[in-house]
Design a protein around this ligand. Sequence first.
Ligand code: IPD
Length: 264
Amino acid sequence: MESVLTFARLAEEISREAGGMLLVKRPARPEVLATKSSPTDVVTALDRASEELIRARIRAVRPDDAILGEEGGSTGAGRVRWIVDPIDGTVNFLYGLPEWAVSIAVEVDGEVVAGAVNVAPRGEVFTAAKGHGAWLAGERLRCNTGVPLDRALIATGFGYEAGRRRVQAEVLARVLPRVRDIRRGGSAASDLCSLAAGRVDGYYERGPQYWDYAAGGLVATEAGARIGGLRGRPYNPDLTICAAPGLFEELHDLLAPLDPERDA
Ligand code: IPD
């Protein structure tokens, strides 16, 4: 079995290639090919092309591994599984905003051990390997520590369905007066890497899927953050909270009574 560092290098290389392809091929106005959970949850031809490229590169070097991708679903079986978001932040990609990323994580026996998040428009590739830290451009990342809730800059995001958004707005209205400010970047993978780099202090969101946060979650935890769900549950699509220990608990205790896992 390859070491976690080898997996991280492979994920990085593939994410660089996919990100480079997307930068070159992105037309001035990408066309929406299909919609998913709502009319604003879009897929472009390049989401699919990026995932096909990533799958082909993984198959070329690791033909027996399983892959879970946002566009192509689940394929294969085995101890090693690649978790792929070919474009996280597709709406930003559509509008030409510089906050979208290619996210690739590697699981061994169900645990994420390596990951890369290529925020291609910014030319930033974040990597992490379990037990070996999180890195950006040769610099080891450390998240901000010792920030109290009322000084914390918190990233979050919103789902695509109206009912869920109503609840998210309600929750946000209770969070906003208690924190420094809120940021809505539009890519969960990039939000978690920003947290690792100290550009925000905390993150919470209901709704992102595993491929949105698998790699970014490892980058954040390898930078010293804690990630989890409500009331001791592991992080999951119902709710993911991430921040340095201390702020994590404060944010959790603010969110828990607001029942943020509702959809109506
Ligand atoms: C979305 C982004 C966004 C988050 C949404 C996700 P997509 O992923 O990560 O930041 O708020 O919940 O669905 O649809 O662009 O891959």
